[in-house]
Design a protein around this ligand. Structure first.
Ligand code: KG4
Length: 338
């Protein structure tokens, strides 16, 4: 089954053609990061407008590069939630038009399910069940992936997502957008013990996380240093911050692995591109005698191939939609209420 997939939930317009959920025939991504960098973060209105300009040529490119014709497309998968509502609507309406025009099923895909499915494209042997740490700009979740479309949330952030925290900390340090990779670059060679930063525990919820206190601690440190005109060890602060995020993510993941007994652990989402987090997770998983699946960096960030991969399994589970399908700014990965 050949699926044309469209992703437009934030600041990347992406299109791909994926065969049987596992084989990428084409995968094109157009990042808008430069446009938003001017403003220090994603401007939703600009994102939507850019998606409108980009989605048709990008889908054409994906089709051309796939080497197959329109008639060989058997379904259209699209990110319908969660994300920036205006941005989502552009991809969704385009996908509806293509599905209607070609007379093929429309397959709604949850964005974070897509991030998890990026691993199916990278690791042919990977099948559920497994435990997944899904960490992106808007989500931080520990998910028990019981089946391709059966997900159970074991733990989540109670406030900011880890990626959001990276972006805010980078901003206050004057690094600009997108902050994650810039924080990682600054942290290189810095002392991870330079600053004592909080690692929050949530009483009674050992698998949940909280990053807002960490974010505030960094903001306060920077502002205090500015007010007192004291020198700040920026490299040390970035390294201490990265260490704190890593400690929380890795400890929760290993606790979830212990509780569930899952032997396969998967990482997904933009923050999974972070070298310190990858190294710490690899070490912990190895020590626990379990297997870690870490997608290559280009499959951590947003792309449409991951939507095509998950779309295939959503289709097999009978989850297609009609033209009444709407986009949703927020939606649980368990798709409760749908
Ligand atoms: O998965 P993603 O590309 O988009 C969402 O679905 O949200 O994740 C984007 C997030 C941003 O917050 C970005 O700063 C963060 O992932 N990120 C990183 C790194 N690369 C991207 N965070 C830490 N270290 C990185 N190397």
């Amino acid at each position: 089954m050949n699926i044309l997939a469209i992703e437009s939930s934030c600041d990347e317009t992406a299109a791909a053609v994926v065969r049987d959920g596992r084989q990428i025939l084409s995968n094109v991504v157009l990042s808008q990061a430069d446009l938003h960098a001017l403003y220090g973060g994603v401007v939703p209105e600009i994102a939507s407008r850019r998606h409108v300009e980009a989605v048709v040529p990008l889908a054409d490119t994906a089709l051309r590069e796939s080497g197959i014709g329109k008639k060989e497309i058997d379904g259209v998968a699209v990110t319908f939630a969660p994300g920036l509502i205006g941005a989502l609507l552009v991809g969704l309406n385009f996908a509806k038009a293509v599905s209607f025009g070609l007379g093929v099923p429309l397959i709604p895909v949850h964005h974070v399910r897509g991030h998890i499915a990026a691993n199916y494209l990278c690791f042919p042997e990977l099948e559920p069940p497994f435990l997944c740490l899904a960490v992106s700009g808007g989500n931080t979740l520990l998910v028990d992936v019981e089946g391709y479309t059966a997900m159970r949330v074991l733990g989540r952030t109670k406030d900011d997502a880890a990626g959001e925290c990276f972006d805010k900390a980078a901003r206050v340090l004057g690094l600009g957008y997108p902050g994650g990779p810039k924080m990682e670059a600054l942290a290189k060679g810095g002392d991870p013990a330079a600053y004592r930063l909080p690692r929050a525990n949530i009483s009674g919820h050992p698998l949940d996380m909280s990053f807002s206190g960490l974010k505030t601690a960094v903001v306060n440190l920077v502002h205090n240093a500015e007010q007192k005109q004291e020198a700040l060890d920026k490299k040390g602060l970035a390294a201490s911050f990265e260490q704190a995020v890593s400690d929380v993510l890795v400890s929760r993941t290993m606790e979830a692995a212990r509780v569930t007994g899952r032997s396969a652990i998967v990482a997904a989402g933009g923050v999974a591109a972070n070298g310190q987090i990858r190294a710490a997770l690899s070490k912990a998983v190895h020590e626990a005698g379990k297997t870690l699946y870490l997608p290559p960096l280009r499959f951590c960030g947003d792309n449409a191939a991951m939507i095509g991969a998950q779309g295939y399994y959503e289709f097999l589970a009978g989850r297609t939609a009609g033209m009444e399908l709407n986009a949703y700014a927020s939606m649980d990965i368990e798709l409760k209420g749908r």
